[in-house]
Design a binder for this molecule. Structure first.
Ligand SMILES: [Zn+2]
Ligand SMILES: [Zn+2]
Length: 170
């Protein structure tokens, strides 16, 4: 995700488009490894103001995850956008929110993944209608009802039955 910005450095205030597509390396995040599927995409424009670069970007990445309801492996595609600023690394300070660059190249890899993980949802589901697993026997309810739900209904009915009996006795 490196773009050459030698033109922009000479033409202050002018916006330059860029686009990148390629494989994404697995990333460690919150103690887990996130693996990507297919290619990641990044495109947008950058402009130099004489001191810093402003980058406006649209990005997309598909990654492996599991359904929060049924636990099946699945691929989620996340589209996101961001605006970040880059400053020559010698001018970068500890507490600014700028990304460093060197020479005439902007490496957007760090900005891409920082924003990806900001946008990544905590949980994903394979389908909005996924019924998940039975909490009692662990059966995949997408494949049909298990016996637990039938038994539960029976239990409820008999409880109601005894309740009615109690009521009659009073
Ligand atoms: Zn599911
Ligand atoms: Zn069950």
């Amino acid at each position: 995700m490196v773009v050459s910005v030698n033109e922009a450095l000479r033409r202050v205030g002018e916006s330059f488009p860029f686009s990148w597509e390629g494989k994404l390396k697995p990333q460690n995040y919150a103690g887990e490894t996130v693996a990507f599927v297919g290619t990641g995409k990044l495109s947008g424009a950058y402009v130099y103001d004489g001191k810093t670069f402003r980058v406006d970007a649209e990005a997309e990445a598909s990654y492996e995850t599991t359904c929060a309801r049924c636990g099946k492996p699945m691929v989620e595609t996340l589209a996101f956008s961001f605006t970040e600023h880059f400053v020559r690394s010698v001018f970068k300070t500890e507490d600014d929110e700028l990304y460093p660059y060197e020479g005439e190249r902007l490496d957007m890899t760090e900005a891409f993944f920082d924003n990806f993980f900001l946008e990544m949802p905590m949980t994903t589901v394979c389908s909005e209608t996924c019924k998940g697993l039975c909490p009692v026997c662990g059966a995949d309810l997408n494949l049909g009802q298990c016996d637990c739900s039938k038994n539960k209904t029976d239990a409820r009915l008999s409880a109601l039955g005894s309740l009615l009996n109690d009521y009659k006795e009073v």
